[in-house]
Design a protein around this ligand. Structure first.
Ligand SMILES: *[C@@H]1O[C@H](CO)[C@@H](O)[C@H](O)[C@H]1NC(C)=O
Ligand SMILES: *[C@@H]1O[C@H](CO)[C@@H](O)[C@H](O)[C@H]1NC(C)=O
Ligand SMILES: *[C@@H]1O[C@H](CO)[C@@H](O)[C@H](O)[C@H]1NC(C)=O
Length: 164
């Protein structure tokens, strides 16, 4: 699979066009494939996470914080290690549809997705990852926002008759 290309920083740095103004669409597709392999647990989350995420990685998501009833505006994963632990211990998201992958020059990737099998899954959940790559290139910051009400209804955190 493509994500295996992202093995070391040095490999990517020599093969991607660092002299241009923008990361390549191919890199964007590889990064999304690697992320998806971790979320679905198809790949080794520790191995891929270590290759994919920068040492100063943070994840920022009010959608995730609100699902956890935590104050908004903070980080949802404070470090690479915390993210790897979190994904490793979460259930695999088995059915993810990629709706679009775009590059926002010079160094960002927009991944629009739909998770089809969250919990009991009455609702598909649409959302975006907005991914900031560093020069390595590894993921430095990942912003995630999605339909957290649909997610909460799917996995039983919200009672739909109470909100109707
Ligand atoms: C995943 O990779 C890590 C680090 O290389 C390794 O220690 C672990 O055994 C691997 N896990 C599986 C399930 O292969
Ligand atoms: C994944 O979800 C889509 C949309 O709900 C559905 O059409 C498809 O059959 C599902 N695939 C699997 C393997 O469950
Ligand atoms: C949802 O709330 C209604 C009304 O309070 C209650 O009757 C029902 O048992 C609740 N369902 C679940 C799954 O908690």
């Amino acid at each position: 699979m493509n994500f295996l290309l992202i093995t070391t920083c040095a490999f990517i740095a020599t093969t991607s066009a660092q002299s241009t103004d923008c990361i390549s669409q191919n890199l964007a597709v590889d990064v999304v494939a690697a992320l998806e392999a971790t979320l679905t647990h198809v790949g080794n989350v520790t191995q891929i996470g270590n290759a994919l995420l920068a040492d100063d990685f943070v994840e920022i998501s009010d959608s995730i914080l609100s699902l956890q009833s935590l104050p908004l505006g903070g980080v949802s994963a404070p470090s690479k290690q915390a993210w790897i632990e979190g994904i490793s211990h979460s259930p695999a998201d088995t059915n993810i549809t990629t709706l679009d992958i775009g590059v926002v020059c010079p160094n960002k990737i927009l991944w629009q997705w739909q998770f089809n099998a969250v919990g009991r899954a009455p609702y598909p959940v649409k959302g975006f990852n907005y991914i900031v790559m560093d020069d390595c290139p590894q993921i430095q910051t990942m912003y995630i926002e999605f339909n957290s009400i649909a997610w909460a209804l799917d996995d039983g955190e919200l009672n739909s008759s109470a909100t109707a």
